[in-house]
Design a protein around this ligand. Structure first.
Ligand SMILES: NC(=O)c1ccc[n+]([C@@H]2O[C@H](COP(=O)([O-])OP(=O)(O)OC[C@H]3O[C@@H](n4cnc5c(N)ncnc54)[C@H](O)[C@@H]3O)[C@@H](O)[C@H]2O)c1
Length: 345
């Protein structure tokens, strides 16, 4: 039987030949006798149709996959993005070319929730401030009483968005004895009940929370959602945590609120501009903890993302609909379903 051709974008290999993500275990591809796999070049930042000839499934890192990337042979059935963002893929062109696009929510769910809890614990315990006090010697130790942390029992953890990551955050925070509030226009009340989350208005998340966590996607609707007016609703003792996307927060308004002590602090993994500018006044503030859009990056995160992509490839060549489909319309597309059926023994 002809083998199924699986391609990985060449940006999975660093210029020195080493893997970009060593914990992405490719052994499952090697071990599958149905699969013949290799790399397709990313040239000038994108993948060209000519390099995709004969490929059944692509595992894609950062290279662009656009309307000009689809090969004419019409074999391609799957593009599996390594991660959950897909701004580098033309989704409509995928549907038009009878190709499913999948992402890997299961791979980031736990790691991003852990990253948010890391911010909650570090901010509530004044972790970075105390780190600096200790390094300052006796003079720093003498000042430790002025940096009391806050306990979490009975405090309110709030989330803007209760999807994949927001729900996992509440699951993970359950033993801390906090109250939970969330706003999500698509929230399932049954899930909220099960997680012990009170669904409230967007403004009430800001009013009531001791920690406001941003867990919604960036869209026209959510751009600038955390603006000066919403920050003004927050308690002066509350913290803002953004691990979603930078432009959801008006960074200048946040910097002003933090500088003037109108809120207690912030934990930020994402920024309006990335990479961020070292001279941004935000980075001179003591009540802010920042990480370069990578707090969730761990060996297990990348291992799980890679494993989810390989599972999607294997689902397709078993003739099944894979998990994590972005272009849901594809599941009603007869030509794509015929591609799936063609893989079945
Ligand atoms: N920092 C990182 O490394 C990292 C990694 C993965 C994901 N993310 C980001 O985390 C965010 C959440 O990801 P997810 O996997 O949970 O996505 P998801 O799609 O599963 O959940 C997002 C939820 O937000 C809700 N939502 C949409 N508009 C809203 C609004 N106006 N107000 C309130 N809720 C709204 C949706 O209904 C959905 O339930 C995304 O922005 C994603 O890009 C960041």
């Amino acid at each position: 039987m002809e083998k199924v051709r699986v391609a990985l974008s060449s940006d999975f290999v660093l210029p020195d030949g080493k893997p970009a993500f060593p914990s992405f275990d490719l052994a499952a591809l090697d071990a599958d006798p149905r699969i013949d796999w290799g790399y397709v070049p990313v040239r000038d930042g994108r993948i060209a149709a000519a390099d995709m000839a004969g490929v059944d499934a692509l595992i894609l890192l950062a290279g662009r996959f656009d309307a000009g990337s689809f090969p004419r042979d019409d074999k391609l059935a799957l593009v599996a993005r390594f991660g959950v963002g897909y701004d580098n893929v033309d989704v409509r062109a995928c549907s038009a070319n009878d190709v499913a696009l999948v992402i890997t929510p299961s791979g980031v769910r736990r790691p991003v929730a852990v990253a948010i809890m890391t911010f909650v614990l570090a901010l509530s315990g004044n972790l970075l401030v105390k780190d600096r006090l200790t390094r300052a010697g006796p003079e720093g130790w003498a000042r430790r009483g002025g940096h009391m942390g806050i306990g979490l029992v009975g405090r309110t953890l709030g989330s803007v968005g209760m999807g994949n990551i927001g729900a996992e955050l509440f699951r993970m925070a359950a033993p801390f004895g906090m109250s939970f509030v969330a706003h999500d226009p698509l929230a399932d009340p049954a899930v909220a009940r099960e997680l012990g989350v009170e669904l409230v208005s967007l403004d009430d998340v800001f009013r009531r929370s001791d920690f406001v966590c941003v867990n919604c996607p960036l869209s026209d609707e959510t751009r600038g959602l955390v603006n000066a007016a919403r920050l003004a609703l927050m308690k002066p003792t509350a913290f803002l945590i953004n691990t979603a996307r930078g432009p959801i927060v008006d960074q200048a308004a946040l910097t002003a609120a933090l500088t003037e002590g109108r809120i207690a602090g912030a934990g930020l993994d994402v920024f309006e501009r990335e990479p961020s500018d070292a001279s941004d006044p935000l980075f001179r503030l003591e009540n802010v903890i920042v990480t370069p859009h990578s707090l969730c990056w761990t060996d297990q995160c990348f291992a799980d993302i890679g494993a989810a992509d390989i599972r999607a490839v294997q689902a397709v060549i078993d003739g099944h609909v894979p998990e994590g489909i972005v272009n849901r319309d594809i599941t009603g597309n007869e030509r794509w379903l015929a591609k799936l059926a063609g893989y079945r023994p």
